[in-house]
Write a protein that binds this ligand. Structure first.
Ligand code: IVH
Length: 696
């Protein structure tokens, strides 16, 4: 699709457009379009982002603005045309050009050997080349391109008829709106693939749902298929879906055009699609000449399944040669030339023995199922969160039920359903408590929320959880004051509440088991240092409901002192960026409460920083909220200097590669961190030079 020269040009073009337009509007629009399509491809297809989020947003906004001023220059395949227009009432039913068949399954070497034998019989030859690629666990789709433009996207439906979800499909940036198919002589093509959701995206999405009091979605597969059928394309857009295309089911060439030579093998066809900008498993697929090699690869790959960014539930083995595929044909259910090798199930059954009710930091009561220990995908599962009462009722779970438990990759285990057919009649209803299990206060529930809450702010579990949160890494970062210490100090009466952190009676701690002179000195020092933390960390640390790190930053940058919030109302707060009425109400409620004001005054008296000296600083232009990590041998600057530069600009340094990391700066011989970041696909990788440019 792009030669290295193209890539260099487009990258430079993108960077240049951040600060200056091209010579005229038309040129600028063309260049912006190219740059954004290129950035989307790098991000979604190659998993190697080239632009920082703010840079991408800047280009996108510029393109929108230019197109607004020059509507005649808007093209159908402009990235802005992925806009979610209106709601679908329902999805029209459409027929697939070719029925969407399923795959036959194999589970072990014997099954595969058997399948290989049948293949050789049907193909009438001993020499078969197999192409092996991941089996993606998502929702299958069919895409039709006509004259190079995406004309239709449909769900599988019953295999013959599906639902037309074109508007939703257009929200998926991995899927090109247009491709240079005409140049290849292809007038119409139907491509099959899977809509998937990145494991990281899925987890972050679920965290958000739970924080909002909604039930989490079961697994990435359900999330993908549910999203595809949502009636509001704007919602689809927010969910950040991805796609992998793995099969050409039909194509029509223009008159007098020869078939592109790549379209004679499966391997060639996916490479060809990839070269046209489509997301295919081009880098993951492998060709083998003998089934024994296929089997060895299947075993090897199963061990690595968790290292992929998407959930896979097996591998698909396909006869590589298209002429051979045609000769072998298909049954009414599956093609004979392809088979799935399914990995060991990540589901198991167990017994629901009990349900415990845990109190969270903000008082939400979470039911946790205690099940008979069961091994799933290499871990022993004993407890499974049930999230809230609605989940229990929707699934009709009962104590004593045999339940189906699933663990999808790195994703936390969950209960799929009770096996009602195995009920004996001795199962008992799960009674949700009416009073807090920790302090016995009556629980409350807001009409629009799924969670019951204990609203007693002196509830002991909440007090401890709040202190743990206050001291945590992303809040006040009091490193040695871990969960166990907070709990212990609280029980001994040494730490009654958050301000108490600054008044610990050290004479009582000294000499306690595990507290030598050195550790006490370290702890004291960490507590002392925390007094100077920036205001946003304190605000985040206070544990105000619905106030995450980003909101805390927004709040902190709006005032010069935290006391100003005593006077703010919902309306004023709602004017801040990304703060809606729900968050605003929660903030107002927090600062209205006398107990919280007393806490803030006590923190002030203890010398904790409550001021924001840089009010009005442009959060956009700075590195606030951005995280960095340096790896490899750096030649242009010292690592410690670079880290200081980042921190001085409000950025943070992380200790390892995780979904929280925004930028990985790589020097010479970067190793596993770089690999991991590439796999994650959400980290922007910078050279030293690019880093210097970024921080100006
Ligand atoms: S080939 C005629 N390749 O698995 C072509 N399917 O369990 C049939 N799937 O319905 C599909 N990854 O939704 C193929 N690399 C892959 C796949 C794949 C996932 C899905 C597909 C299919 C289902 C069968």
């Amino acid at each position: 699709m792009y030669t290295p020269q193209d890539e260099k040009r487009l990258y430079e073009q993108a960077k240049a457009l951040l600060t200056a337009d091209a010579k005229n509007a038309e040129e600028t629009i063309v260049q912006l379009r190219e740059a954004i399509i290129y950035a989307d491809w790098k991000y979604y297809v190659q998993s190697e982002p080239v632009l920082a989020d703010v840079e991408y947003d800047t280009l996108y906004k510029k393109l929108k603005q230019q197109e607004k001023e020059h509507p005649e220059l808007v093209t159908e395949d402009s990235p802005t045309q992925r806009v979610a227009i209106g709601l679908s009432e329902r999805f029209p039913t459409v027929s697939h050009l070719v029925p969407m068949l399923s795959l036959d399954n194999t589970y072990n070497a014997e099954d595969l050997t058997d399948w290989d034998r049948k293949c050789r019989e049907f193909a009438g030859t001993e020499e078969i080349e197999y192409c092996v690629e991941p089996k993606y666990d998502g929702a299958s789709i069919s895409l039709i391109y006509e004259d190079g433009r995406l004309a239709r996207g449909a769900t599988r439906g019953d295999g013959v008829m599906g639902e037309d979800v074109t508007n939703n499909i257009k929200q998926i940036k991995a899927i090109p709106l247009s491709a240079e198919l005409m140049k290849q002589g292809v007038r119409q093509i139907e491509i099959r693939g899977e809509i998937v959701i990145h494991k990281n995206v899925f987890e972050a999405f679920n965290k958000q749902r739970v924080a909002e009091g909604l039930s989490p979605l079961a697994n990435p597969r359900n999330a993908a298929s549910g999203t595809l059928r949502m009636l509001d394309p704007a919602e689809v857009r927010k969910r950040g879906l991805n796609a992998i295309l793995y099969h050409i089911s039909d194509y029509t060439l223009a008159d007098n055009v020869e078939r592109p030579k790549e379209l004679s093998t499966h391997y060639g066809s996916l490479k060809w699609l990839y070269s046209l900008g489509y997301p295919t498993p081009a880098k993951e697929m492998k060709v083998f000449k003998h089934i024994d090699e296929v089997i060895a690869y299947c075993h090897e790959f199963e061990g690595q399944r968790d290292s992929l960014a998407f959930e896979v539930d097996g591998l698909v083995i396909k006869v590589n040669d298209f002429a051979m595929q045609d000769k072998m044909g298909m049954t009414s259910h599956h093609p004979r030339w392809a088979v799935a090798y399914k990995f060991k199930a990540r589901q198991a059954t167990s017994k629901l023995v009990d349900v415990e009710f845990q109190v969270g930091r903000v008082g939400a009561i979470t039911p946790v199922a205690k099940i008979e220990p069961v091994h799933i995908g290499g871990v022993t599962v004993r407890s499974v969160s049930l999230f809230n009462e609605d989940v229990i009722r929707e699934k009709d779970l009962r104590i004593g039920d045999t339940v189906l438990v699933e663990r999808a990759g790195d994703v936390i285990p969950y209960i799929v359903k009770p096996l009602t057919e195995l009920r004996t009649g001795d199962e008992t209803e799960i009674k949700f408590p009416t009073h807090c299990p920790a302090c016995n206060s009556e629980l409350e529930k807001q009409p629009d929320e799924a969670a019951w809450r204990c609203i007693n702010i002196t509830c002991p579990v909440q007090v401890v959880e709040r202190m743990i949160h206050f001291a945590s890494k992303d809040a006040m970062d009091i490193r040695s004051l871990g969960n166990a210490n907070v709990q212990k100090f609280y029980e001994l009466g040494l730490l009654p509440d958050i301000p108490g952190i600054y008044h610990i009676d050290w004479s009582k701690v000294q000499g306690m088991e595990g507290f030598g002179e050195k550790s006490v000195t370290n702890l004291k020092q960490a507590i002392e240092q925390s007094k100077g933390q920036p205001l946003y960390r304190l605000i985040f640390g206070l544990g105000i409901r619905h106030v995450g790190e980003t909101t805390a930053k927004t709040l902190a940058s709006a005032v010069t002192h935290i006391r100003e919030f005593y006077e703010w109302d919902v309306e004023r707060l709602s004017q801040l960026q990304d703060i809606g009425p729900k968050v605003a109400t929660s903030v107002v409620d927090f600062f209205k409460l006398d107990a919280n004001k007393v806490m803030i005054e006590k923190l002030d008296a203890a010398g904790v920083n409550l001021a924001n000296d840089s009010k009005g600083a442009q959060p956009d232009g700075e590195l606030a909220g951005k995280t960095f990590l340096f790896t490899g041998t750096l030649s242009q600057f010292k690592r410690s200097d670079a880290e200081t530069m980042v921190e001085n600009k409000g950025g943070a340094i992380l200790g390892g590669v995780s979904s929280k990391l925004n930028y990985l700066v790589v020097g010479e011989d970067a190793g596993s961190k770089l690999e991991k970041a590439k796999k994650l696909g959400t980290v922007t990788i910078l050279t030293e030079q690019e880093f210097l440019e970024l921080i100006g």
